[in-house]
Design a protein around this ligand. Structure first.
Ligand SMILES: Cc1ncc(COP(=O)(O)O)c(C=O)c1O
Length: 384
């Protein structure tokens, strides 16, 4: 089936069946009773916030996790009524809108709590809050020593409800040694026990991300936040290896995203021609070039210059010369019959070949998360 949009230079295809498959895998892991949060921040890791949010809920996700107020409001403007938790920071001046839109908030600043108390009083509406416990990531959060007084500060304000206690692992993807996440988990569990001893029970407890969901059922509690795995991507090689080492069968994730472009020009240059900015590539033979209208503005990293491939007619074509702001160049000398506006696959499959986000990440010295999250949000996303 041809999904090429009429005028887009490049486009992203989102596979509904792959997403559903991945959701099913995580649902099987966590069981029917726990809630599954689809983490759709960063434009759903570059996959398209609107498309992925709707498909995830249809596929069985219960909650959505965003980073910002704006992302949360966008979900509400799409008519999405499911629980939405804002995982990132909401500026004090944005709290009123957040509460009006029934967004749940992660909190860790007394200033936020104080402002929320005023907001809910004026709005006559409760705010459901999830306290972020600092267990070792040293990003957002209150420490275990601050927790009890922070909870009390919230609970004494009418209309502020402590719905959740959350934390986030710092070093669970990049390693096969899990001492540090175990320590984080211990701090979290101790905090839960101390709250319980103080007569405070928090209904929604959540700490698990994709790697934790794959490796450690003891991190599930009653809500599991899955990002990268839903998109069919592994958090890292170490996570894959850890599944094997722990004799857990690695789940067969299906990549959800394919990124395609149309070729803008085919031309032949003689042996000895310099290609692109800086003359970083010189042809060693008469060379057929496909000029592809995708560059670092689109999210195709400049670090892929002279390193990656694209797929054309099921064959690999090396990216030669520098990746520019809006263009890259591929060597199609060995691929017969390539024509203007033929498709080039930047991420995904063509015939028997595949280019994964992980492979591009390795070439560019980054992680698959960044490769997909950076795909420019203006590029059309099509559900196929
Ligand atoms: C707070 C929080 N929870 C969950 C996730 C999801 O992590 P993953 O994509 O590894 O599943 C993230 C991602 O960075 C996060 O920041």
């Amino acid at each position: 089936m041809n999904h090429k949009p009429r005028t887009a230079l490049s486009w992203v295809e989102i596979s509904r069946s792959a997403l559903r498959h991945n959701i099913r895998l995580f649902r099987e892991l966590i069981g029917p009773r726990r809630k599954l949060m689809a983490v759709v921040k960063a434009n759903a890791y570059g996959h398209g916030l609107a498309e992925i949010s709707q498909l995830s809920l249809e596929g069985g996700a219960d909650w959505l996790g965003v980073n910002s107020l704006e992302e949360g409001l966008r979900l509400r403007s799409l008519g999405i009524g499911a629980p939405v938790l804002v995982l990132g920071y909401v500026p004090l001046d944005g709290l009123e809108e957040a509460i009006a839109a029934d967004l749940r908030l992660v909190v860790y600043n007394p200033e936020t709590v104080d402002r929320l108390a005023e907001v809910v009083r004026r709005a006559g509406k409760d705010a459901r809050l999830h306290i972020k416990l600092e267990t070792g990531t040293n990003r957002q959060g209150v420490t275990d020593r601050q927790l009890l007084s922070f909870v009390r500060r919230i609970r004494k304000r009418p209309g502020l409800v402590v719905e959740g206690l959350t934390s986030h692992f710092a070093n669970i993807e990049d390693t096969t040694n899990f001492e540090y996440p175990r320590r984080q988990l211990d701090i979290y569990k101790t905090a839960v026990a101390e709250l319980a001893a103080g007569g405070i029970s928090v209904p929604v407890k959540h700490m698990s991300c994709t790697a934790a969901a794959m490796l450690f059922p003891e991190t599930y509690f009653n809500l599991v936040r899955v990002g990268i795995g839903l998109y069919g991507l592994w958090p890292s090689k170490e996570t894959f290896l850890s599944c094997r080492l722990r004799k857990r069968r690695p789940p067969s994730l299906h990549p959800v995203l394919t990124w395609k472009a149309r070729i803008a020009q085919i031309k032949t240059v003689p042996k000895g021609a310099f290609i692109g900015y800086g003359g970083t590539y010189r042809t060693t033979r008469r060379t057929a070039l496909a000029i592809i209208p995708v560059g670092y503005y689109d999210g195709y990293g400049r670090g892929l210059s002279n390193a990656s491939h694209v797929l054309i007619k099921g064959r690999r074509a090396g990216v030669i010369g520098r990746v520019a702001m809006d263009f890259l160049t591929a060597d199609v000398t060995d691929i017969p019959g390539v024509g203007l506006e033929d498709e080039a696959v930047l991420i995904g499959r063509s015939g028997k070949e595949q280019i994964t986000a992980a492979a591009l990440a390795a070439l560019a010295g980054t992680i698959a998360y960044e490769v997909v999250a950076r795909i420019n949000p203006e590029i059309p996303r099509l559900v196929v």
